[in-house]
Design a protein around this ligand. Structure first.
Ligand code: FAD
Length: 448
């Protein structure tokens, strides 16, 4: 193949570019921002402290060929990276901190709800996800009444601002809510011997059931180092990057996109188009008649703070499942240091779907939550506080959103024969590992 154009320079676009260059003479990545990386970019405050857009800790996949591309930077420059064997995560639920797992401990429910939840989850008949009309139906069949209405209902209202019967059956998996801790370590180990229970119950600690994969985080902090190393790898192979570039027109010949015209009038010939941004953008560019609903996103704000002292919680991050809190997830960067955690004691709190419009009020609530929950000392001083809004962060993962996206993907695949949809244009994947495995599989099919 002569000319391959990749639209979007996020992680999936970069990964595709490196693979595509093995098979195509000319590979060009078109990125609308001045820098590649998408949601894996990092941000520096006025004091030079680096923060990420949420928690991003890459980990090795089961596929060596994928690892060799993705983690070349880590394997070639181990001195720049901290390598971790487990992902240390805590969580906060029903007003209590659980320091050794990201999953909700059912024993933190009231005594009556705990008993009911346990009986129901163990006796639930189960259901194939693709048979369920919505999340409520799936959850009742998989987890039972108590978990559905006493946990999922208020929690998903907090982080998705939607009712259970509006949400897609897979929504919980985006938020580490697919498994629950049923009790003490022994009970978890016993119950998880059954494959059925294993799928919906968690071990009591993150030290059990750990895969052999390495996890990585830059020693100098800021996951954007990964992006920079991938861009370098792609450039070394001859991939061309067009940043700050806007697509003006997708030129079509029959069922093929034959050229991509940029805003600066440059025309790039195209034999194959790899599309990693929302499919609706291609539909509009190609003037394909389409009527659909506009997807809703959960307004996300990222709260980047620096404290004057180390965190009490020593985990990498924490899921704040308690629906009385505004915070959704806390990333504690110094805890990923290779030795003793060192200053700056920086963290990022993600807030989803908050109804609070007053930023100052939200800021003081966040600091109060971090202290009350016990992530930092009560007397800790905030040295800096910045808020960044991510308007198109997490989608509201409703059945309507998924149906709409799938309709758009099917339409594009029917109308255009030389397009491959990956990343943001994927039917099923959201998290990095899933997105990249899927990208690898479709490109393997395309090129071999
Ligand atoms: C708040 C948040 C937290 C997350 N946390 C995690 C996590 O903990 N673990 C995990 O595995 N995943 C997480 N994810 C998901 C993860 O970020 C995605 O899987 C990953 O970013 C997908 O990469 P991508 O390349 O498909 O998309 P993106 O990262 O969105 O990249 C798309 C790129 O395309 C560019 N672009 C957009 N429009 C155009 C255009 N018209 N022309 C050219 N270029 C364009 C963008 O600028 C961007 O660079 C999180 C997502 C969010 C929103």
């Amino acid at each position: 193949m002569e000319n391959c154009i990749i639209v979007g320079g996020g992680i999936s676009g970069l990964f595709s570019a490196i693979i595509a260059k093995e098979h195509c003479d000319n590979v060009t990545v078109i990125e609308s921002s001045p820098h590649c990386g998408g949601l894996l970019r990092s941000w520096k405050n006025d004091d030079g402290v680096i923060f990420d857009l949420g928690t991003h800790i890459p980990f090795e996949t089961q596929n060596d060929a994928i690892n060799r591309i993705l983690f070349k930077g880590m394997y070639d420059n181990p001195d720049l990276w901290t390598t971790m064997k487990t992902t240390k995560v805590s969580n906060y639920f029903m007003g209590k901190h659980y320091g050794i797992s990201q999953f909700i401990p059912l024993q933190y429910l009231t005594e009556e709800n705990y008993k009911n939840a346990l009986v129901e989850i163990l006796s639930a008949p189960g259901m194939e996800m693709d048979q369920a009309l919505n999340f409520e139906e799936y959850s009742l069949a998989t987890y039972g009444q108590t978990i559905t209405y006493e946990i999922f209902k208020p929690l998903l209202k907090k982080i998705q601002n939607a009712e259970l019967n509006e949400l897609h059956p897979s929504v919980h998996s985006f938020f580490s809510l697919n498994r629950f801790i049923p009790g003490d370590a022994k009970l978890c180990q016993e119950l998880k011997k059954s494959a059925v229970y294993d799928a919906k119950l968690a071990f009591a600690t993150f030290n059990e059931g750990v895969s052999a994969s390495s996890r990585f985080y830059p020693k100098a902090r800021g996951i954007e180092l990964w992006v920079k190393q991938l861009v370098q790898q792609a450039e070394d192979k001859g991939v061309v990057f067009k940043t700050s570039a806007q697509i003006k027109n997708l030129q079509q010949s029959g069922m093929q996109v034959c050229a991509v015209e940029l805003n600066d009038e440059e025309i790039l010939p195209c034999d194959h188009l790899i599309w990693s941004i929302p499919p609706i953008v291609a539909i509009k560019q190609l003037n394909i008649p389409y009527q659909g609903i506009t997807p809703k996103f959960c307004p996300t704000s990222l709260h980047h703070l620096v404290f004057d002292q180390p965190f009490i919680d020593k985990n990498y991050y924490s899921n704040i499942h308690d629906w009385n809190c505004q915070s959704f997830r806390l990333t504690m960067y110094p805890n990923m240091d290779s030795g003793e955690a060192s200053a700056p004691y920086s963290c990022t709190v993600e807030v989803l779907c908050s109804v609070l419009k007053d930023k100052e009020q939200l800021k003081s609530i966040i600091v109060e939550e971090l202290k009350t929950i016990g992530y930092v000392n009560q007397n800790a001083l905030v040295l800096s506080y910045d808020v960044i809004d991510v308007p198109f962060g997490f989608p509201q993962f409703t059945t309507g959103f998924v149906a709409e996206k799938n309709k758009q993907i099917d339409l594009l695949n029917e109308e255009i024969s030389n397009i491959t949809l990956i990343g943001k244009a994927s039917k099923d994947q959201f998290f990095i590992a899933g997105v990249l495995q899927e990208t690898y599989d479709v490109l393997n099919q395309l090129f071999n």
